[in-house]
Every structure is written in C-alpha cells, then in structure tokens.
Design a protein around this ligand. Structure first.
Ligand SMILES: [Zn+2]
Length: 117
C-alpha cells in the first residue's frame, strides 16, 4: 500500500453554485428542475431540491426524540448530470465565462444574457 497522495485538495471547478436553477440531463431524475442547495467542490457533487430523493428508513430512538419511519431525503448528485437553467430564456444551457465591469460573470450560451446578478 502506498500512501503517497498528499490528499489532493484541488477543488473541482463546477459550473453551478448555490441558488442556481438547474435541469437534470441524465439519470433517473432526467428532466427535473430544482434549485441548487449545496455544492460539494471536493466531490464534484451538488444537492438539488427535489432531485435524487431517496427514502431512508429511520430507526426510532426515543432517547433522542427521533420518530421511526420513512424519511425522504435528497441526496447529492454529480454536477455533470445537470445543466444550468437560464433565467432569461428558460432553457437548459451551457454557460460562458466573461468579465463584465471587472467582475466575473456567467453568460447563457444560448441567449447571451448574464446569469449572475
Ligand atoms: Zn438564456
């Protein structure tokens, strides 16, 4: 066993960020839309509202005040499975990077509108 990887903490660059509206383009949730709730740069995964919802059995634990039953929770999905939904043309789009007034902005590849506000 070699342990030579100095835990590469180079964060992956993601095209999405918290608050973005995205459309799932592959997997079982294909076509679903939701807002990005959380971005995990290390894993390259994002948590999208209402996407990849799994039902988890929760054991009752009266000591901790936890009720048993089935909970529906959203699990993070790979960021490559989603595309940004452009707020202007409402289409799944790729984003282009640009600099506007000294600020980095993202631009819809389809309609050319700035996505960041
Ligand atoms: Zn657009």
């Amino acid at each position: 066993m070699t342990k030579n990887s100095k835990s590469l903490t180079t964060n992956k660059k993601l095209h999405t960020k918290v608050g973005d509206r995205v459309i799932v383009v592959s997997g079982k949730d294909k076509g679903k839309q939701g807002n990005v709730k959380k971005v995990d740069l290390k894993e390259g995964k994002i948590l999208v509202d209402g996407v990849n919802v799994v039902t988890k059995a929760q054991k009752a634990n009266p000591m901790a005040g936890i009720q048993g039953g089935l909970n529906k929770i959203a699990r993070p999905i790979d960021a490559s499975k989603v595309m940004i939904c452009c707020p202007s043309c409402e289409k799944a789009t790729r984003v282009k990077k640009a600099v506007k007034d000294g600020k980095k902005v993202r631009i819809c590849a389809k309609c050319g509108e700035t996505i960041d506000v």
